[in-house]
Design a protein around this ligand. Structure first.
Ligand SMILES: [Mn+2]
Length: 246
């Protein structure tokens, strides 16, 4: 079953509590919660939208699987801002911090559960704000660099297994990839993960864990690249298929 979750046009340009488009974000979170509560699924695939769409699926699957679940955040950004520290006020730079229980109270409280920092692995992040960097250090959040994953310098699957996790949520912000290969995102960041390396990591993870949730978010095709529509969608499709999600 695939269900589209709508988002309201009202309030898209308004800033409230330090967050752009606060009202539609809160409303969409509520709609996602209602949808999930109506079917209580074992697995969820989320197609974005931006990274803010992760609140309901990740916090729900965490409430279901608890300490068995690790969340791998493939993303060029940390998504660890809070409104007080965010330079832009854009909520898609904040969802992982919310999932860790910090940020706007109303949004945090609407989550199904809160992640512990040791459940989170940043993968391929390379564009942190200073406050995010400090938070990662303070909470000792695991961070796998592009280089470590590309050259298989350390085993991501091996490390996760050692921590005792058996289930995974794989967040894919498509901007984790190198913009030379995949520029179809709103906020590209240089020196990203090669496409083949991403497929390789996901394939290894799939062989080692039960993948209970996955996303593909931040897909954005600039008008100049519309002719790339089919091939870019096929690249995303292959990522999801590699994880056994299509
Ligand atoms: Mn992101």
């Amino acid at each position: 079953m695939f269900t589209q979750v709508g988002v309201s046009d009202q309030g898209q340009n308004e800033i409230e509590k330090g967050i752009f488009a606060y009202a539609p974000i809160v409303e969409q979170q509520d709609r996602c919660n209602t949808l999930i509560n109506s079917c209580r699924p074992d697995r969820i695939l989320t197609i974005g939208g931006d990274c803010s769409v992760e609140l309901a699926p990740v916090s729900y699957l965490n409430s279901r699987y608890q300490k068995d679940l690790a969340v791998i955040w493939f993303d060029s950004h940390g998504d660890l801002n809070i409104p007080e520290e965010s330079l832009s006020g854009h909520f898609h730079g904040m969802p992982l911090r919310v999932l860790l229980g910090e940020g706007d109270r109303r949004i945090v409280d609407a989550c199904f559960s809160t992640l512990f920092p040791d459940q989170v692995i940043l993968a391929g992040a390379r564009d942190f704000d200073a406050a995010e960097k400090e938070f990662v250090k303070q909470k000792r959040i695991q961070h796998w660099s592009v280089d470590e994953m590309t050259n298989e310098l350390k085993s991501l699957a091996g490390w996760i297994k050692k921590q005792g996790f058996t289930k995974l949520y794989i967040h894919i912000d498509l901007d984790v990839m190198d913009p030379k290969e995949f520029p179809y995102v709103g906020y590209p960041v240089e020196n990203g993960l090669p496409y083949e390396a991403l497929l390789g990591v996901i394939s290894t993870l799939k062989n080692s864990f039960e993948i209970v949730g996955m996303s593909a978010v931040e897909f954005s095709l600039h008008k100049d690249l519309w002719h790339k529509g089919d091939s870019s969608v096929r690249m995303v499709e292959k990522i999801l298929k590699t994880a056994g999600f299509l």
